[in-house]
Design a protein around this ligand. Structure first.
Ligand SMILES: Cc1cc2nc3c(=O)[nH]c(=O)nc-3n(C[C@H](O)[C@H](O)[C@H](O)COP(=O)(O)O)c2cc1C
Length: 370
């Protein structure tokens, strides 16, 4: 029997050839929103990794939605042209059936900051900082910019930006759109009672706090055609007293499903620096499992999933339909090939590299032992 990890999956209208997805990972290497050569090689590598779905990093829907000056955007013709260059190259070398996804994002109060390797703190005025926005005028933490609470016109403008970016993504031939609704970015800032203290229709009750995310989902669904899959990355827990819990995640995923979204990837944290996260192998899988069982949406698990065997066990247990990998792919961009070896599958390599296939290369066993 073929391992579940290497069986196809339907995500709404899109079929992916296996259950391996590459998680979105910011590279902080763009120039004014435009992808660069770094992305070209990065996406080309990911396209050959054996993952059935390659997700492009958090992509800003407007210029001020970027986290840092190095973040990728898709909000004008220049950013679209730059992404097309890298994507075209990646498609040219992609393994058969590989699909591409993009994560659409607005960083809200966490924008206007430095790259992680420049200490990740808020930009100073002389560093071309910009005014941030959020649900409420509450900074992320001490030393962060105080955001402007969005008014109706501001909210409408951002919803329109999501729709416009989704259309650009579709024009680039991207098959799957993932809405970034977690890690403390703008949609999450509206949903969590910690960052949203509004008293109008965008705050207060669950329905009101969820409204912004639901409107984003509706705007994007309305902007794209029936052949594009749309889903979201959501929060399994804020890991902090008074924050979002798994019950909120189940309800949110169910509401997104009712709007026609096709999948949920269940992550956690990022909203409040006081959060204490219990990190360990597969630490967010229990959240995915609850969301999958109780909402019925196609569900992706992510977080310290590292080996093929571990991924296969999660799928076999019925805890998720798909596995997303982040750091394991940065460490080994041929992860899919190696996972197939581990699970006893003779995974087809590109013909140029076929001579290194374990079935024909005696060195493979030695290399795996090393
Ligand atoms: C370099 C890097 C960049 C990341 N950027 C994003 C991002 O753009 N969007 C997002 O939702 N998560 C982002 N994450 C989180 C990953 O998608 C993933 O959820 C996390 O790393 C846990 O999975 P892992 O243990 O397989 O790495 C990033 C993680 C890393 C390591």
């Amino acid at each position: 029997m073929s391992p579940l990890l290497f069986t196809p999956l339907s995500i709404g209208p899109v079929e992916v050839p296996n259950r391996i997805a590459i998680a979105p990972m910011c590279q902080y290497s763009a120039h004014d929103g435009c992808a660069e050569d770094w992305h070209l090689q990065h996406w080309m590598n990911l396209a050959m990794s054996g993952a059935g779905l390659v997700t492009i990093e958090a992509t800003a829907v407007e210029r001020r939605a970027r986290i840092t000056h190095g973040c990728v955007g898709l909000y004008d013709d220049a950013t679209e042209r730059a992404m097309k260059r890298g994507l075209d190259a990646a498609r040219a070398v992609a393994l058969p059936g590989t699909k591409f996804a993009i994560q659409l994002s607005h960083a809200g109060r966490k924008s206007s900051s430095r790259r992680p390797w420049e200490n990740g703190r808020a930009l100073e005025a002389h560093e071309d900082a910009w005014q941030t926005v959020s649900a409420s005028a509450i900074p992320f933490s001490d030393g962060w910019h105080t955001p402007e609470a969005l008014d109706e016109a501001g909210i409408e403008r951002i919803l329109a930006a999501y729709a416009e970016t989704a259309k650009r993504a579709e024009r680039l031939g991207i098959e799957v759109i993932e809405l970034h609704m977690t890690h403390g970015y703008l949609v999450h800032q509206f949903l969590s009672p910690i960052s949203n203290t509004r008293t109008d229709k965008w705050g207060g009750s669950y329905e009101n706090r969820a409204r912004f995310g639901m409107e984003v989902a509706k705007a994007v669904k309305a902007a794209v055609g029936p052949h594009t899959a749309v889903g979201a990355r959501i929060t399994g827990s804020d890991w902090v007293e008074g924050g979002l819990t798994i019950d909120d995640a189940v309800r949110y995923a169910s509401d997104l499903k009712a709007l026609g979204l096709h999948f949920a990837c269940v992550s956690s944290g990022g909203l409040d620096p006081k959060a204490r996260i219990n990190v360990g192998p597969g630490y967010q899988v229990p959240f995915a499992s609850e969301v999958k069982r109780r909402s019925g949406i196609v569900t992706r698990a992510v977080g310290l999933i590292v080996t093929g065997k571990q991924a296969e066990e999660i799928l076999q247990a019925g805890d998720a339909d798909q596995i997303a990998l982040g750091r394991a792919i940065l460490d080994n961009p041929r992860w899919g090939w190696h996972a197939a070896d581990e699970l006893g599958l003779d995974f087809p390599r590109p013909p140029q590299y076929d001579r290194a296939r374990p079935k024909v290369w005696p060195g493979a066993a030695l290399a795996r032992e090393a």
